[in-house]
Design a protein around this ligand. Sequence first.
Ligand SMILES: [Zn+2]
Ligand SMILES: [Zn+2]
Length: 158
Amino acid sequence: MNPRDSRTAVTALLADRGYRLTAPRRQVLDVLVASRTPLSAAEIHRRLENRRINLASVYRTIYVLRRLEAVRVTDAIGAEQRFELADPFSAHHHHLICQDCGRIDDFEGCPLEERVLRAVNRRVRRSRRFRVVQHELRLIGACADCDRGRPDGAERRP
Ligand SMILES: [Zn+2]
Ligand SMILES: [Zn+2]
């Protein structure tokens, strides 16, 4: 889903559930749609074009968007919660998390083969009677900046 479609879809969802598109909601949504990484509430707040919207109202807006399942929280390592548009309001992606600086980047697409996914889902369904409907994958390691200067071969192939 491209940014414009994401924006339209979330706006339609808000209207459909009886939520007005207030200035904070519109602007928080704009920031989330434009970002290629999950953002903390403080980061969203810093990117708002209207400086009079306060942090509390950013939190309230995130709360509403999470209740509507348009936004999800993604966990970082030893950092604040970060938020992003949920599936299906954004393209399917996963996260690269740096355990040194805590930075999180989107990793576009899905590295899991359909065949592997199906096998995992079948196994979970059989052993735990749990029906999988979606998945998240966190790849944890060192970002390019933090990894610089480290001897080659520090990452071992599995
Ligand atoms: Zn890093
Ligand atoms: Zn995936």
